[in-house]
Ligand binder design. Structure first.
Ligand SMILES: [Zn+2]
Length: 145
């Protein structure tokens, strides 16, 4: 029995990278106070060509929101890897809420609420690294790069 999300990953990979895709960084950060749930953190996973610039952009876009940057993993197809990671994260996250951002007014679709399993929340960072690395491996294997 193949899971629904596995089918979505297969569909994503079979569509292939679009023309804007290419090498870059798939990153993750915590949105401090992003969820009111106990023992949970809200995280965002995104992709960029220029990580430093993207960090500044996020700071300016959602002014007042505090971000703790966790990881940035290089990938040959950053957007495919990002989308693949988003699907995988749905299996692990408590929720994938679509909320209108009180700071920039946009609907951020790529935020996930993750369960915190120890007092340092180290599982969240570990899980994000695991998921992004796994997504990257899937993409690289599929396209033989
Ligand atoms: Zn925002």
């Amino acid at each position: 029995m193949v899971s629904k999300n596995e089918v979505r990953i297969e569909e994503l990979l079979s569509r292939g990278p679009d023309i804007t895709d290419g090498p870059g960084i798939v990153y993750a950060f915590v949105i401090v106070g992003g969820t009111s749930r106990d023992n949970a953190l809200m995280v965002k996973v995104g992709a960029t060509k220029d990580w430093k610039r993207r960090m500044r952009e996020w700071k300016n876009q959602c002014k007042g929101e505090e971000h703790v940057w966790l990881v940035g993993i290089e990938s040959k197809y950053r957007f495919l890897t990002e989308s693949c990671a988003h699907i995988m994260l749905e299996n692990r996250a408590l929720e994938r809420p679509v909320v209108t951002c009180e700071y920039c007014g946009r609907k951020h679709m790529e935020k996930f609420v993750m369960k915190v399993k120890d007092r340092f929340a180290s599982n969240v960072e570990r899980e994000l690294i695991q998921v992004i690395e796994e997504a990257k491996r899937r993409v690289n294997t599929y396209f033989g790069v």
